[in-house]
Write a protein that binds this ligand. Structure first.
Ligand code: GAF
Length: 382
């Protein structure tokens, strides 16, 4: 737990709003494998991490509510009665979106103040957005005794992202952030929204993230485009979602879709199978197979689904060349953010030092290296 962050957020809240807040930690997530499968009702393998959002929240007697983004030193005041989305790309949409979804469900809340900050950079592909949404809904649920279950809260967070942020995300990020279990990854079936925990102990290996520190524009519209391609191909196949289709089914409509869209649907069907295979490999402790599946996932994301970018591909290539790294791939929605690497503990310092140097030489900018611990989901900080 990042004590410096907790103290900083708490003291901003108490000095700005002169009251004792309820403190919440809501984690970001990693994803071992299963990218862009969640909105196809498929499988994913995420875990909550010990980095995320810390929020301080309290009731207010004023006739308006206030949200304060400590890292940006920006505050917005808003009325609960006249909420509408703020401009595109603004952080307050995550807060407004959650409030609006609560109102859509006839949940009555009063005015409140919230101050928040985090220790994962936006755009890292570790879902600081789901962490923020979850912290808001979790905090409001506690403050105003709304009686929401965690399952209901994550659906509210997801809808906030759809309707206020404009990203038609799946459920992986909100789920992992809310339901995370210390030292575990969750094999999540995104159709039933039920997961099976897997205790993660890679023995002589560890997961290392390398952040490209880039976030290419258009990633949100590209995300929504991918989703609608998948949905339209599922419709053509007369299945509820691509999770229900096989490669053979897809072959049957090959001449009715563009080659690009065919590859995208094929990627989803194959990635979904890879997640199940990865869970079996983990059960057997077969890290070599797991690593190969992780490399294959990146290959699909780069060449079939086309959501990677030069910087991510460069880091994955370096991992492949190293011969020590068992698996590496881009993580999250794509177009920037982190790679996730399965690396021998003894070799991780050498690998990350060499990768950082090569990245700087190639792109004339720095990448960042994170070792993360797997953490519990959204909770009150006592
Ligand atoms: C983003 C989305 F928010 C998730 O729902 C998921 O689709 C992911 O991209 C890609 O796997 O993080």
């Amino acid at each position: 737990m990042n004590l410096e962050l907790i103290n900083r957020i708490k003291s901003h809240f108490t000095s700005t709003y002169t009251a004792e807040p309820l403190m919440i930690f809501s984690p970001g997530r990693i994803n071992i494998i299963g990218e862009h499968t969640d909105y196809n009702d498929g499988f994913v393998f995420p875990a909550a991490v010990n980095k995320g959002i810390v929020a301080a929240i309290g009731k207010s007697n004023s006739n308006e509510s206030k949200a304060y983004a400590v890292d940006k030193d920006e505050e917005v005041s808003f009325s609960l009665n006249t909420l509408k989305p703020s401009h595109e790309g603004s952080w307050e949409n995550y807060v407004f979106g959650v409030v609006s979804e609560l109102q859509n469900r006839s949940k009555v809340i009063g005015n409140f103040n919230i101050a928040f900050g985090g220790d994962i950079p936006g755009g890292a592909g570790m879902s600081s957005s789901a962490a923020l949404e979850n912290s808001v809904v979790f905090g409001l649920n506690e403050l105003f005794n709304l009686g929401l279950s965690k399952e209901e809260m994550i659906l509210i967070s997801q809808k906030a992202e759809h309707n206020y942020v404009g990203v038609k995300c799946g459920i992986m990020d909100q789920y992992a952030s809310m339901f995370g279990i210390e030292n575990n990854a969750l094999l999540l079936d995104c159709r039933t929204v039920k997961s099976k925990p897997f205790e993660i102990d890679f023995k002589d290996y560890e997961l290392i993230l390398i952040n490209t520190n880039v976030k290419h524009s258009l990633s949100d519209s590209a995300y929504n485009d991918r989703r609608s391609v998948c949905e339209s191909i599922a419709d053509m196949l007369k299945v509820k979602a691509l999770r229900d289709a096989t490669e053979y089914d897809l072959e049957g409509i090959k001449d009715k879709v563009t080659p690009e869209n065919y590859q995208k649907a094929l990627y989803v069907i194959q990635e979904n199978k890879r997640v199940v295979e990865a869970s079996k490999a983990m059960e057997l402790g077969d890290l070599k197979t797991l690593g190969n599946l992780i490399y294959a996932s990146h290959d699909g994301l780069q060449n079939q689904y086309k959501v990677s970018c030069e910087e991510l591909d460069f880091l994955v290539e370096l991992a492949k060349k190293s011969s020590h790294v068992l698996g590496a791939r881009m993580m999250g929605g794509g177009f920037g953010g982190c790679t996730i690497n399965l690396v021998p503990k003894l070799y991780s310092k050498t690998f990350t030092t060499e990768a950082s140097k090569a990245y700087k030489n190639r792109f004339n900018k720095d990448c960042s290296v994170y070792a993360v611990a797997l953490s519990n989901g959204t909770h009150i900080i006592s």
